[in-house]
Design a protein around this ligand. Structure first.
Ligand SMILES: [Zn+2]
Length: 303
């Protein structure tokens, strides 16, 4: 019997490195190969993160023993922050302020093309290639997670710029405004998982965002998050007039009903009367991995 893995070429080793969890998988022909890895991101330092990636890579390879190393065409890594070439220009969810060149840190280790991308830009390419709304040519992909980010598809292609709409400032009350990098009270600082935890921490309690959503004492906090999201999404509509807004990220997918505002709430923040449909991604929590995969294919085709 021949093993179906044996003659495959063009496998991409994909990573979705998040502020909370890191996922990794081999993807071939648009199919994610089981088993894959999902573990807490080690963000104590750049060195510990690099070691974690190397450890995950060798364990992935051990889990797929029939796969020969020559079949792996590229390694593709999605990061929560702006990226230029193979350089991550800092990342708030990872807590890194400095520029980090991953080609220097991981190029020799992988010894195959190393592709880096912003997680939202990559995920948007995954949504465009595989998602349920492939006919929609203008959409925003909004991630609500440890941080907040936006990917933009215009006329069927990626708006491949370092947009950081999560940092628009929307809370001016200094008692309520949480600190961010160089400013306070931005959408991400108020309504991301980390922001919600910060708000509750100021009330003297150290809880995870999932605990906060379970606890009826924080109903007001949750309602406020929905308001911030109405403001933020209103601004997305003002900026891009999308046909749909697709939600991804663990917070957005798990708490969709509690934190995604109704059209009437959003209308206050935009002049456009038709509020686009807001829906969760059909690719679920693996959207980042598929994004890394399709970005790598695009890169290898054009590169
Ligand atoms: Zn900010």
């Amino acid at each position: 019997m021949t093993n179906p893995t044996r003659n495959e070429k063009g496998i991409i080793e994909c990573y979705d490195i998040g502020g909370t969890n890191t996922r990794a998988a081999f993807i071939f022909n648009g199919q994610l190969k089981e088993p894959f890895v999902n573990e807490r991101t080690d963000k104590r330092s750049v060195v510990s993160l690099v070691q974690q990636i190397q450890r995950i890579s060798s364990s992935l390879r051990k889990k797929h023993p029939v796969l020969s190393e020559s079949q792996i065409q590229a390694a593709s890594l999605a990061f929560p922050g702006p990226v230029e070439g193979t350089i991550l220009l800092g990342s708030k969810p990872l807590g890194f302020d400095e520029e980090i060149d991953f080609q220097n840190l991981l190029g020799d280790y992988f010894n195959i093309p190393l592709i880096l991308g912003n997680d939202l830009n990559m995920a948007s390419q995954g949504e465009l290639a595989l998602g349920k709304f492939r006919d929609t040519k203008n959409f925003c992909l909004l991630t609500l997670s440890t941080g907040i980010g936006v990917g933009v598809i215009i006329n069927g292609s990626l708006y491949n710029r370092q947009t950081e709409v999560g940092h628009i400032v929307l809370e001016k009350n200094s008692d309520l405004a949480n600190p961010c990098l160089g400013h306070r009270g931005c959408w991400a600082a108020q309504a991301s998982g980390a922001g919600i935890e910060k708000t509750v921490e100021k009330m003297g309690l150290k809880l995870s965002s999932s605990e906060i959503f379970e606890d009826p004492r924080f109903q007001d906090v949750v309602n406020k998050v929905k308001k911030y999201n109405a403001y933020g999404i209103g601004n997305l509509i003002n900026a891009y007039d999308p046909e749909k807004i697709i939600i991804m990220g663990s917070l957005g997918l798990k708490q969709f009903n509690k934190i995604i505002p109704e059209p009437d709430m959003i209308k206050k923040y935009t002049l456009l009367k038709n509020i686009p449909e807001i829906i969760p991604t059909s690719l679920g929590e693996n959207i980042g991995l598929f994004g890394a995969y399709f970005s790598a294919l695009n890169f290898l085709k054009t590169g």
